[in-house]
Design a protein around this ligand. Structure first.
Ligand code: GDP
Length: 360
C-alpha cells in the first residue's frame, strides 16, 4: 500500500498528531489479530457515500478506503552535514510515497522551539534544505558514475540529463516537487536515482485553538506552500476528538466552525496527493470503497478485489453514485437507463458504483 511519511522539526506536534492518527487506526479497531506496526497509522478515508449505499442496499457494514501514515522521526537542522541524515531516516523517507511535513504555528511558552522562535516559513525551509542537501549528495555520487556509464553505452543519456537538470534545480534551493515538470526533471527517472524531493509534499500546520478560526492566517500559511496542499489542525484538539463519541466530536467541531476533523481532512488530502481515487461496491453484506490509481481501467479496478476478477473480466455494470443516490435503488436506476455496461477499456471515474461480471 502507498504510504505518507510524516516529518517535521522536534516539538512541532508530530507525535501528538501521530498518536491521534493511530488511535483512529482502522486496523487496530477492525482486525484485532493483525500485526500492528507502532510506526504506521492506517486511517479511514471519510466517505459519506458509503452510509448512503448501506442504506440503499441494507448492507450490514461499511468498509472505507484507507490511507497509511508512517512516523519518520529524526530530522534536525544540519542533519545532512557531518554524519549526514541518519541512514534509517533516509531509508524511511525513500520508502514513503509522499512527504507530510508538520509545521508548528502554535505559540506556547512551555514548549521550546528548537530555533528559539516560532516561524513556519523558516521551519519549512529548514526541512526543505536538509532534503535538498541529501539529494545533492546523492547526485554528487551519481553524476560521475552515470557519466562513465553513458560513455560506455551502459546507461541511457536521459538518465544523466535528468540528474544534471535535478542538480540545477536543487542548487537553486528548490525541491524537485515544487519545481514541477517544467524544470525538465523526469519524475520516473528521478525516482530511479533515489531522489527524495520529487515526492509530493503535503503540509500540516499545527495551530492553537484561536488560530483554527482565523481564515486569514490559513490563507497566509497556505500561500507559503502553494500549490502544494495544506491542512490546518490543532494536534491537541485532534487527540481529544478521537477519544470522544462521534456525536460529541461533531458538536465540538461545530463549535470551532469546522465541518470535519483535521485528521479527516488530512486523510482526504493525502489520498488525493497520492493520485488515488475510489470506486464503490454494495450488497447486503457490505458497502465498500476500493482504492485505485487515477486513470485505471475497469479490469485493473476489478483486480483490486481479486486477481481472478481481472483475469476473467467480461464487463462492468456501472451506475454513478449521484444517479443512484437520486433514484434511490438499482431497479429505479436501471429503469431510468442510468446503469451502463462498460468494457475492458473503460477508465474508472471516482464514485462509480460497480458490479463486475467475470469468468472463473
Ligand atoms: P514532536 O517532537 O514534533 O513529536 O512534538 P510532540 O507531539 O511531542 O509535541 C511537543 C510538545 O508540544 C508537547 O508538549 C505537546 O503537548 C505540545 N503540543 C503539540 N501540539 C500542540 C498544540 O497544538 N498546541 C500546544 N499548545 N501545544 C502542543
Amino acid at each position: 500500500a502507498l504510504t505518507i511519511g510524516i516529518v517535521g522539526l522536534p516539538n512541532v506536534g508530530k507525535s501528538t498528531m501521530f498518536n491521534a492518527l493511530t488511535k483512529n487506526d482502522v486496523l487496530a479497531a477492525n482486525y484485532p489479530f493483525a500485526t500492528i506496526d507502532p510506526n504506521v497509522g492506517v486511517v479511514p478515508l471519510p466517505d459519506p457515500r458509503l452510509d448512503r449505499l448501506a442504506e440503499i442496499f441494507s448492507s450490514e457494514k461499511v468498509i472505507p478506503a484507507t490511507v497509511s501514515f508512517v512516523d519518520i522521526a529524526g530530522i534536525v537542522r544540519g542533519a545532512s552535514e557531518g554524519e549526514g541524515l541518519g541512514n534509517q531516516f533516509l531509508a524511511n523517507i525513500r520508502e514513503a510515497d509522499a512527504i507530510c511535513q508538520v509545521v508548528r504555528a502554535f505559540e506556547d511558552a512551555d514548549v521550546v522551539h528548537v530555533d528559539g522562535t516560532v516561524s513556519p516559513s523558516s521551519d519549512i525551509e529548514t526541512i526543505h534544505t536538509e532534503l535538498i542537501l541529501a539529494d545533492l549528495q546523492t547526485l554528487e555520487r551519481a553524476v560521475p558514475r552515470l557519466d562513465k556509464e553513458v560513455k560506455g553505452k551502459k546507461t541511457d543519456k536521459a538518465v544523466l540529463e535528468t540528474a544534471l537538470a535535478a542538480q540545477r534545480v536543487l542548487e537553486g534551493g528548490r525541491t524537485l516537487y515544487a519545481a514541477g515538470e517544467a524544470a525538465g526533471v523526469d519524475r520516473g527517472l528521478a525516482d530511479q536515482l533515489g531522489l527524495l524531493t520529487t515526492k509530493p509534499f503535503i503540509y500540516v500546520f499545527n495551530l492553537d485553538e484561536d488560530q483554527l478560526a482565523d481564515p486569514e492566517l490559513h490563507a497566509r500559511l497556505g500561500e507559503l506552500v502553494a500549490p502544494a496542499e495544506a491542512v490546518f489542525l490543532d494536534a491537541k484538539l485532534e487527540m481529544d476528538l478521537v477519544e470522544m463519541s462521534p456525536e460529541d466530536a461533531r458538536e465540538m467541531l461545530e463549535g470551532f466552525g469546522a465541518q470535519e476533523s483535521g485528521l479527516d481532512q488530512l486523510a482526504r488530502v493525502g489520498f488525493h496527493t497520492l493520485g488515488l481515487q475510489t470506486y464503490l461496491t454494495a450488497g447486503p453484506k457490505e458497502a465498500r470503497a476500493w482504492t485505485i490509481r487515477q486513470g485505471w481501467t475497469a479490469p485493473q479496478a476489478a483486480g483490486v478485489i481479486h486477481t481472478d476478477f481481472q483475469r476473467g473480466f467480461i464487463k462492468a455494470e456501472i451506475v454513478s453514485f449521484e444517479d443512484l443516490d437520486e433514484l434511490g435503488s438499482m431497479a429505479a436506476a436501471r429503469a431510468a437507463g442510468k446503469v451502463r455496461m462498460e468494457g475492458k477499456d473503460y477508465v474508472m471515474a471516482d464514485g462509480d458504483v460497480v458490479e463486475f461480471r467475470f469468468n472463473v
